[in-house]
Structure formats: structure tokens, C-alpha cells
Design a binder for this molecule. Structure first.
Ligand SMILES: Nc1ncnc2c1ncn2[C@@H]1O[C@H](COP(=O)(O)OP(=O)(O)OP(=O)(O)O)[C@@H](O)[C@H]1O
Ligand code: SF4
Ligand SMILES: [Mg+2]
Length: 315
């Protein structure tokens, strides 16, 4: 079931689009990956869905949740949805937890704010949700302060906080970046479990190995635009966009870490190249690419697969 539709989301600063006409949807019971290099607009997209945007930004487009456009809601209505119906698993557990409150106080506060739960009820629910993310002795650990938790436990506590109000949608913005590989895999396992319970998850990452591990569908972003989208298997077996092909070629086969992907750096939004934004780094570039912006086209050989390129590259 479709739970979120993003239509032509654009986030601009000073007339320059950092997120440019991005469209995608999310279904319950699936994990969708949003992938791309640093600065391509992943977090701005995520935060727009949560109703948070930098003060200097201008947003346009639609983000439809339950027949309502989140972008046209007032701040109070957005606050009611954030953390309650749509929640964030943030990137940095250190800065996301408040050092002066216990883990239990921080998780239970979500229920007190959003569900009018009493402190006692909220603590009981918090204990259950900590247990569900594999924190041993949850009743005791609720009384701990963040500094008494390891990095992996802090990230699990944040997942618990994101989950406690039973949201429909979880946005995970690079949720495992600060963690070692074993803990990363545990967090990904928790996400798979949530998907199986019917949650819709948007997983933002620059790590294609994680995408292969858990995502059902993938959207690849470059310089604010979606450049390719397809079911995960299709992206890995039949990539069409030269940027995606570059990302995949730079994946080390024997390791879980992604390398710096493609020669050169993405340009900044102040100097987006004319034509196809990828043209200065593209091995297939030709004249037209420097003048015209390619549209997304439907890849003929497969369903639900789009690429933004003038060429349909044979694999
Ligand atoms: N507050 C802001 N003011 C001006 N420009 C901004 C602001 N926030 C983001 N941008 C621009 O938007 C671009 C996209 O930012 P965003 O944080 O969404 O990237 P990202 O894909 O999440 O990168 P990373 O992988 O490093 O987290 C940035 O490169 C920057 O140019
Ligand atoms: S449109 Fe041209 S520059 Fe852009 S990805 Fe395709 S071939 Fe490369
Ligand atoms: Mg980011």
C-alpha cells in the first residue's frame, strides 16, 4: 500500500535548486534506498518529508501523506506528524541524544507528547521498544544516561525512539555511518524486521552494499536530481545511467565499504554544468550532453526502471 508520494519536490537556495524536481513513492512493507554522493540532496529530501527545512530554502512540489500535502500544512500540524506518523532515525547518535536526560526519559517523552500517555505507561512502552531493538535488560537500561551506552546501543536507542509511537514511515538518514561493520549489519537486520512488520522505510546511504543488503527499490541521485530508479536487483544487474555504472564499478567486491566512486567530484550547486549535470565526469559524454538536460526515460527491457540519459547503455 502506498503511504507516501513525493511529487516534483524542489528545494532551492537563492534560486539554485539543491533538490530538483524529485519524485518517488513509498509503500508499506518496503525499504527504498536513496543513494548518491555527499551534497546531492539526500538529507534535504529527507528533512522536507519531516517538515523541516533550512530557513533560507524555498520548497515547491507536493509530499502526499494520507491524502494531505505535508508541504502545505502549518507548523503545528507538521509537529503532530513528525515523530508520530513519520519519524527520523538520524545519522549521528551522539548529537541526537540529550546527555542530561536518561534514555527512558527521552523515549517516553515521545509518547507523552504525541499520545498523551502517562509517564508510567510511557516507560512501560519504552521498555518494550528497547527490548525490540535488542537492548539487554531494558528495564534497567532505561535508567541509563546516553554516555553509559555504547555507540551501537545509542543508535538502537534512537531507533527505539523513532519507533515508539508506531509511525507508518521511517526515514533513516545514513543511520549506520558512525558504526563498525558488525553493528551496521545488526542495525540493517532491525530494519528488515521493521519492514516485515509493515513499516515503510526510506534508507539514505552512500553505501551500495547496504542497498544490496536491504532495499527493495533504489533511487540514485546526482546533483539534486533522480538519475536512475529501479528495483534493487535490476539496478545491480542492469544499471543504465553512467553515474550508477560508475558507482557500481567502484564497489570493491570483497569488502562492504564503498570507495570514492567516480573520477572527479560533483560540482557545487553554485556551478551546475549546462546540459546533463554529470557531463564533466561522464565517460560517454557527447555534444548534446553539454547543451540539453536529459529527461528520465522508461528503460524498455524492464518494468519500473527509469534512467536520465540520452543513451540507453547496453550491459
Ligand atoms: N542551509 C543551506 N544553505 C545553503 N545551501 C544548502 C543548505 N543546506 C544544504 N545546502 C545545499 O544543498 C546541497 C545538498 O545538501 P544535503 O545535505 O541534502 O546533501 P546530502 O546528499 O545529504 O549530503 P551528505 O551525504 O554529505 O549528507 C548541499 O551540497 C548544499 O549545496
Ligand atoms: S546524458 Fe550524456 S553526459 Fe549525461 S549521463 Fe548520459 S551520456 Fe553521460
Ligand atoms: Mg546528508
Amino acid at each position: 500500500m502506498k503511504v507516501l508520494e513525493v511529487h516534483n519536490l524542489t528545494v532551492s537556495f537563492d534560486g539554485k535548486a539543491a533538490v530538483d524536481n524529485v519524485s518517488f513513492d513509498l509503500n508499506s512493507g518496503e525499504i527504498v534506498g536513496l543513494v548518491g554522493e555527499s551534497g546531492c540532496g539526500k538529507s534535504l529530501t529527507a528533512f522536507s518529508i519531516l517538515g523541516i527545512s533550512p530557513p533560507s530554502s524555498i520548497l515547491s512540489g507536493k509530499i502526499i501523506y494520507k491524502d494531505t500535502d505535508l508541504l502545505s500544512m502549518d507548523d503545528e500540524s507538521k509537529r503532530k506528524i513528525r515523530g508520530n506518523k513519520i519519524s527520523l532515525i538520524p545519522q549521528d547518535p551522539l548529537s541526537a541524544l540529550n546527555p542530561v536526560y536518561t534514555i527512558g526519559e527521552q523515549i517516553s517523552e515521545v509518547l507523552e507528547v504525541h499520545k498523551n500517555a502517562t509517564h508510567q505507561q510511557a516507560l512501560l512502552e519504552s521498555e518494550k521498544v528497547l527490548e525490540s531493538v535488542n537492548i539487554p535488560n531494558p528495564k534497567q537500561r532505561l535508567k541509563d544516561y546516553p554516555h553509559q551506552f555504547s555507540g551501537g546501543m545509542k543508535q538502537r536507542a534512537l531507533i527505539a525512539m523513532a519507533l515508539v509511537a508506531e509511525p507508518d514511515i521511517l526515514i533513516a538518514d545514513e543511520p549506520t555511518t558512525a558504526l563498525d561493520v558488525t553493528i551496521q549489519l545488526q542495525i540493517l537486520e532491525i530494519m528488515k524486521g521493521l519492514k516485515n512488520k509493515g513499516k515503510a522505510i526510506l534508507l539514505i546511504t552512500h553505501d551500495l552494499a547496504q542497498v544490496a543488503e536491504v532495499c527493495d527499490r533504489v533511487f540514485v541521485m546526482y546533483m539534486g536530481k533522480i538519475v536512475e530508479s529501479a528495483p534493487t536487483r535490476e539496478i545491480f544487474l542492469n544499471p543504465k545511467h553512467p553515474y550508477t555504472i560508475g558507482l557500481l564499478n567502484s564497489l570493491p567486491s570483497d569488502s562492504k565499504k564503498s570507495l570514492s566512486p567516480i573520477l572527479g567530484q560533483p560540482p557545487s550547486i553554485d556551478s551546475i554544468p549546462q546540459g546533463c549535470a554529470f557531463n564533466p565526469r561522464c565517460p560517454f559524454v557527447f555534444d548534446k550532453c553539454k547543451k540539453e538536460v536529459p529527461e528520465l526515460y522508461d528503460v524498455k527491457s524492464s518494468n519500473d526502471h527509469k534512467s536520465r540519459c540520452f543513451l540507453e547503455i547496453k550491459n
